[in-house]
Ligand binder design. Structure first.
Ligand code: AMP
Ligand code: MG
Length: 335
């Protein structure tokens, strides 16, 4: 009898449900994105969106997967890190399902899930991972039971940097595409490298100075928007590539994995491919449907954790807003 897991992702703006079998076949991956009318993501408004769509997204996932609720062996949910109200909405749905169906519950670390879905989708076994999204910017590799953090942002995430710049430049009015993707499109028309702060401190990165400078230059209208987008990408992605390359040289791993929403960017992919080639490593990039936040990654990581006994009782399934990647013991990695 095949076994199935339903995973719920609700760390920030996306509410998503994935259903996988225990062999890693994705049977459903339904995503409902909260799109703010203006400004950034307000946690309570995003949570309200999640609360509204939860029933519909879960039932669509069951329909797509052709799996009945009684056939589920496991429920997993994104336990952190993320925005409190959003996390709690996802966790409440997960607890309700696990209790009603009387099946185990697993709490999944969102950052670990981005790495695990990348490994599942690309066949990478032991990569240096660059995980870049709206909320996170982390260079990591597995060593002695944990995904270790080799470098990370000291302030905002690179996706957030691109998104805020895009909003300030009025690009959010061109709806229908992620803001980072709109910056990418404009950058293709740019060619003049504008002087912006390049900020790598040891193995860590900082994007807030770059963002402030780019916004200021946009406001004085001295440069074309295309050149500003081009320059932001060149500077920010070079910083990410520098740190990833140093981690690769240090760990001597044979694979580089790019994951998270910003991983969809072709220019970033090209830069990382270059360093992977130079170090005789295989370059792996997560497919687009698993690059953004998604329930499939939570379901898959739930299965891995469950197979190593990592279930949690409902009464101890509190959400963990600041749960770091390197706090999660990952006994399923390395055989
Ligand atoms: P996530 O937090 O993983 O859901 O990813 C969302 C982030 O990915 C947002 O900051 C988006 O602007 C960003 N993003 C999506 N597509 C692209 C792209 N093609 N280039 C750069 N950033 C992107
Ligand atoms: Mg998201």
């Amino acid at each position: 009898m095949p076994k199935f897991c339903l995973g719920i992702e609700a760390t920030a703006d996306d509410f998503s449900v994935g259903i996988l079998d225990f062999n890693g076949n994705v049977l459903a991956n339904v995503i409902s994105a909260f799109i703010p009318k203006m400004g950034g993501i307000h946690p309570r408004e995003a949570a309200r969106h999640h609360g509204k769509v939860v029933g519909q997204v879960i039932s669509t996932a069951f329909q797509e997967a052709h799996v009945k609720p009684e056939k589920l062996a496991l429920i997993s949910f994104s336990q952190g890190p993320g925005l409190g109200p959003c996390l709690r909405t996802g966790a409440t749905a997960a607890r309700a399902l696990a209790t009603y169906l009387d099946i185990p519950l697993v709490g999944v670390n969102h950052c670990v899930a981005h790495i695990e879905i990348g490994k599942l989708a690309t066949g990478a076994k032991d990569p240096v991972t660059l995980y870049v999204s709206g909320g996170n910017t982390i260079v990591s590799a597995f060593e002695a039971r944990y995904y270790r953090v080799f470098g990370e942002t000291l302030d905002i995430a690179v996706g957030n940097c691109l998104d805020i710049f895009a909003r300030e430049a009025g690009l959010h009015q061109r709806a229908g595409m992620p803001l980072g993707a709109i910056v990418e499109k404009l950058a293709e028309e740019g060619n003049e490298l504008v002087d912006l702060p390049y900020c790598v401190k040891g193995m860590d990165l900082s994007f807030s100075g770059l963002l402030t400078a780019a916004i200021r230059l946009f406001e004085v209208r001295q440069y074309r928007l295309e050149d500003l987008c081009f320059s932001m990408q060149e500077i920010a992605f070079s910083m990410l590539t520098e740190v990833t390359e140093r981690a690769l040289a240090h760990t001597e791993k044979r694979e580089v994995l790019l994951t998270g929403g910003v991983g969809a960017n072709k220019r970033l992919q090209a830069m990382l491919r270059t360093i992977a080639d130079e170090h005789d490593s295989r370059f792996c990039v997560v497919p687009k449907q698993y690059a953004l936040d998604n329930g499939a990654m939570i379901a898959w990581t739930g299965i891995l954790a469950y197979e190593h006994g990592k279930i949690i009782p409902v009464e101890k399934s509190f959400v963990r807003l600041k749960w770091r990647l390197d706090e999660v013991e990952a006994p399923w990695v390395g055989g």
